[in-house]
Design a protein around this ligand. Structure first.
Ligand code: HEC
Length: 155
């Protein structure tokens, strides 16, 4: 392959990945190193949150929680969901991951980017307005649409 062909291939790949990122970003790398919430167990089968989940907040998001849920641009929070398999004291297999990232361009969803991912981290193509924001607005319209609080992170 000559140089110009390689150049075209590389810029095409960059274009595709940038276009993709605009709709649903990759899951942030290394979020397991962020501050982790206590373990949450929801045994009510009628709940959307049935199962076990853990939240992870980056440094900016922790500052936002500490300020009483006022989050700066770029703050990120990830939640990992696990099935209940047998007894609720043991985490079953992971089934879903969600992300909120403060992004002022997302005017329809309160200045937050909402995204859902399958267990292997691929974007699941949810509608952020209908499938995410409506509920967050109802639950936490006065708390910057973030339902959890700093208490969830002080284990
Ligand atoms: C039916 C209501 C409901 C819907 C729909 C919903 N959530 Fe949530 N979400 C919650 C609740 C309740 C919590 C708090 C969980 C806790 O404190 O343990 C939460 C927590 C979160 C958090 C952690 C930050 C916070 O607000 O506490 C993120 C990130 C999140 N949800 C993303 C999403 C995404 C992305 C979607 C759409 C795929 C979504 N949620 C849909 C109710 C909902």
């Amino acid at each position: 392959m000559n140089k110009s062909v390689i150049c075209i291939v590389v810029s095409l790949a960059m274009f595709v990945s940038v276009g993709w990122a605009a709709s649903a970003p990759q899951l942030p790398k290394g979020y397991h190193a962020w501050q982790k919430s206590e373990r949450k167990v929801v045994t009510d089968k009628s709940s959307l949150f049935y199962g076990i989940h853990y939240m992870y907040a980056d440094k900016k998001a922790i500052k936002g929680y500490q300020a009483g849920n006022k989050f700066r641009e770029g703050s990120r929070i990830v939640v990992e969901f696990f099935n209940i398999k047998g007894t609720p004291s043991v985490d079953g297999p992971i089934n879903m991951i969600v992300l909120m990232q403060k992004d002022k361009r997302q005017k329809d969803t309160g200045g937050w980017l909402f995204a859902g991912y399958s267990a292997d981290g691929r974007p699941s193509g949810i509608d952020p307005l209908k499938n995410c924001f409506e509920c967050h607005r109802q639950e936490a319209g006065q708390r910057d649409y973030v339902i959890s609080t700093i208490k969830d992170f002080t284990r």
